[in-house]
Design a binder for this molecule. Structure first.
Ligand SMILES: Nc1ncnc2c1ncn2[C@@H]1O[C@H](COP(=O)(O)OP(=O)(O)OP(=O)(O)O)[C@@H](O)[C@H]1O
Length: 379
């Protein structure tokens, strides 16, 4: 495995679900001359998780976050694309490599109330992954781990069962379980969302500290931009199965590019009654992941929709400095004669004359088109 490769890398990862309910359904669809329909839950995601980095994935319900996480864990086989761990494609893993992968990738689930086995004491909960992976341990190792997650004195907790723990304590046990095999990566699925606000803050602070202390990288998924912003180094904004913007957290918050990201940021509540801000409303419904809209998937809800958005899928731009990407036509020059705008991504047909639908200002008034853009959409 390559040393300078990202810990985890996704290349065009896809996970589509067949919506046919059974053989009869498939035969009926075929007889009617149709093809089976698929839910494109994850539809071409690229991401790199570097050592000691925390990558956030944010998006509203149904955008594909959980499916992405389950595919990363290996619970779902990708429909297409590749998942690489330390530079090696998981599709080539041997049985032994999968076992090692499972040791190296810890998971913290959203619901601490259901993710712990009610019949297992805290001691057994932490001992189980060590035993599965044939790692020698003693009680001191378990107690040390409990102390690390703030369950002190550890002796008070080892013999307890989940029903004797508060929600926050349960989540600390779940985090301890995720870290006890000393993984390289932790995948966290909204680990604070089911806890009360003060406990949420404690769990976020704990994760922040532990990723530093244990030197682990983390993918943190949530629908809540404020928690993601708090804990993540970089943020991936996901919409209908795709990442539409990726940037370092600070840059994404200070200068969001994609209209969807801007709306997400404007909808974060500010706990100050004297502060007035125009709250963004993301009108309309997200598109249907079975019948994806042609062109841009966000177009029906986008306040900056242009003609080109109707027929050409997202382009991806690295905005010149290679440190962030945005998949939006606002960052390209486009021809005005209706030809496929993806041709402009290489700069050959650029004219800068983008005309927003509905008579709005030209795209350049919002964000000038940039050079150094990469290829067109892939639909
Ligand atoms: N096993 C499945 N079979 C068919 N469709 C599925 C399956 N799992 C998820 N989906 C669909 O895939 C899309 C993405 O779902 P997913 O749960 O990944 O989104 P999400 O962003 O995690 O949403 P939430 O925040 O509500 O959990 C949804 O349209 C969902 O209905």
């Amino acid at each position: 495995m390559s040393d300078d490769a990202p810990v985890l890398e996704l290349r065009g990862l896809e996970k589509h679900f067949d919506t046919s309910t059974g053989l009869v359904d498939v035969v009926r669809t075929r007889l009617a001359g149709g093809d089976p329909s698929y839910v494109k839950a994850v539809d071409g995601v690229d991401m790199q998780l570097r050592e000691n980095q925390v990558q956030g994935v944010i998006g509203e319900s149904g955008c594909g976050k959980t499916t992405l996480l389950r595919t990363l864990i290996g619970l779902y086989e990708p429909t297409d694309g590749e998942l690489l761990f330390h530079g090696r494609p998981t599709s080539e893993f041997t049985k032994e490599e999968w076992t090692e992968f499972r040791r190296q990738v810890g998971i913290v689930f959203q619901d601490p109330f259901n993710s712990l086995d009610p019949k297992f004491s805290v001691r057994r909960t932490l001992a189980e992954p060590l035993e599965i992976h044939g790692i020698d341990y003693d009680l001191a190792r378990i107690e040390e781990m409990l102390e690390s997650v703030g369950l002190t004195p550890a002796g008070k907790y080892v013999g307890r069962f989940p029903n004797q723990l508060s929600g926050g304590e349960k989540q600390r046990v779940a985090i301890a379980r995720g870290l006890i095999t000393e993984p390289d990566v932790v995948l966290a699925d909204e680990p604070a969302s089911m806890l009360d606000v003060s406990t949420q803050a404690e769990i976020l602070n704990l994760l922040n500290r532990l990723t530093d202390e244990f030197g682990v990288s983390m993918v943190y998924i949530s629908h809540d931009l404020s928690t993601v912003s708090y804990i993540c180094d970089r943020i991936n904004v996901m919409y209908l199965g795709r990442v539409v913007e990726e940037a370092p957290t600070r840059r994404l918050l200070a200068e969001p590019k994609h209209p969807y990201t801007r709306a997400l940021i404007q909808s974060i509540p500010i706990p100050d009654p004297h502060y007035e801000r125009e709250r963004a409303v993301i009108g309309g419904e997200p598109g249907d992941p079975i019948n994806m809209p042609t062109g841009c998937r966000f177009k029906n809800r986008c306040p900056e929709r242009m003609d080109v958005c109707d027929h050409t899928p997202y382009d991806v731009s690295t905005e010149g400095d290679e440190d962030r990407t945005v998949a939006c036509h606002l960052y390209y020059d486009h021809p005005t004669d209706g030809t496929d705008a993806s041709a402009s991504a290489d700069g050959t047909a650029a004219d800068g004359g983008t005309t927003p639908a509905g008579g709005g200002p030209p795209a350049g008034d919002h964000s000038p088109a940039v050079s150094g853009t990469t290829g067109g959409g892939s639909e």
